[in-house]
Ligand binder design. Structure first.
Ligand SMILES: *[C@@H]1O[C@H](CO)[C@@H](O)[C@H](O)[C@H]1NC(C)=O
Length: 298
């Protein structure tokens, strides 16, 4: 009984620690909306779009990628959409990420015929013009870190990028060597050949744009490559912004302290309760409490 009680604060610690991890997967990378708006009186498009977004969110509970085309009753009001979760995400995180994206798209692109959003953990796009299965190698977002000042590290980075991305593979690729780590992801509507072509382009771009940077992110329309030198694998689960790792650790430490405090309070309440049952006067309760406490501490 006494040992099972502290499980509660332990669960608290675990859930808070996981929450801080998944919140970084839900952090914003980029987003955009089509210029064209649909009229708010366009009931058919509104309702097709709503069922599309609902389908995306539901599907993300059991698949890392899916696409839909919703025509409803009027064939000329079709809305197309897809989502892609990062290949290493567990399903619950994928579902959370897609739900998060859809709700942010609502705020980002009210009334737009199309919109797209990339969070760390997933990508969501919809439009009334079909884009599914089409290649898109335009640079949408790039981010380069501070120069490393070490040419050997850059040579190794190029080798790892080549190794992870150069020779084909799946839609999600990850690898590393020495202190370089790389991840790459294609959107699942591409063919294997298109995926390879897109990733090759994004490697060329990141090498060119982030020439001597210690980390680089290169997001094209349908794929992305990210690397870090010295950041380790865990780098891809934080924002990739300097200091966010520390912030994350801060949240975890805070959760740990709260959890421990809760555990101590629960143990004290429990000991007092035990002593109340077995002792009579309040002086005896205190003695009993101190005795029990020293037994536990020994
Ligand atoms: C998308 O919707 C807009 C506004 O309703 C319309 O002008 C445009 O032609 C549509 N595009 C397609 C491909 O249906």
């Amino acid at each position: 009984m006494a040992t099972s009680l502290p499980i509660l604060p332990l669960l608290l610690i675990l859930s808070l620690a996981t929450a801080s991890d998944s919140s970084t997967l839900n952090s914003f990378v980029y987003g955009g909306c089509s210029q064209i708006k649909y009229s708010s009186s366009d009931v058919a498009y509104t309702s097709n779009l709503n069922s599309l977004l609902t389908s995306l969110v539901n599907s993300a509970t059991y698949m890392a990628y899916n696409h839909f085309a919703i025509a409803g009753t009027s064939m000329h009001e079709v809305v197309y959409g897809l989502y892609q979760c990062r290949g290493d995400l567990p399903m619950p995180d994928c579902a959370t990420c897609v739900a998060n994206s859809v709700s942010r798209l609502g705020a980002l692109c009210p009334g737009s015929c199309g919109g797209a959003i990339q969070l760390q953990g997933c990508y969501v796009k919809y439009d009334n013009d079909t884009f599914i299965g089409a290649e898109d190698k335009t640079v949408v977002m790039k981010k380069c870190g501070q120069p490393t000042g070490n040419q050997d590290k850059i040579v190794n980075r190029d080798a790892v990028l080549e190794g992870v991305v150069g020779n084909g593979g799946g839609f999600y690729r990850a690898g590393g060597s020495k202190d370089v780590a790389v991840i790459a992801q294609c959107v699942g509507d591409l063919s294997e050949g298109q995926c390879q072509d897109c990733l090759k382009e994004s490697v060329d771009q990141v090498k060119m744009e982030c020439a001597t940077s210690g980390n680089g992110d290169m997001y094209l329309g349908k794929c992305y490559v990210r690397y870090t030198i010295g950041g380790g694998r865990g780098y891809f689960n934080n924002n990739g912004i300097g200091g966010s790792d520390d912030k994350n650790r801060g949240v975890k430490n805070f959760a740990l302290v709260i959890g421990l405090l809760a555990a101590i309070v629960i143990v004290i309440i429990f000991l007092t309760f035990i002593c109340r049952v077995f002792a009579g006067s309040s002086k005896e309760v205190l003695e009993c409490f101190l005795a029990l406490q020293s037994t536990i501490l020994d």
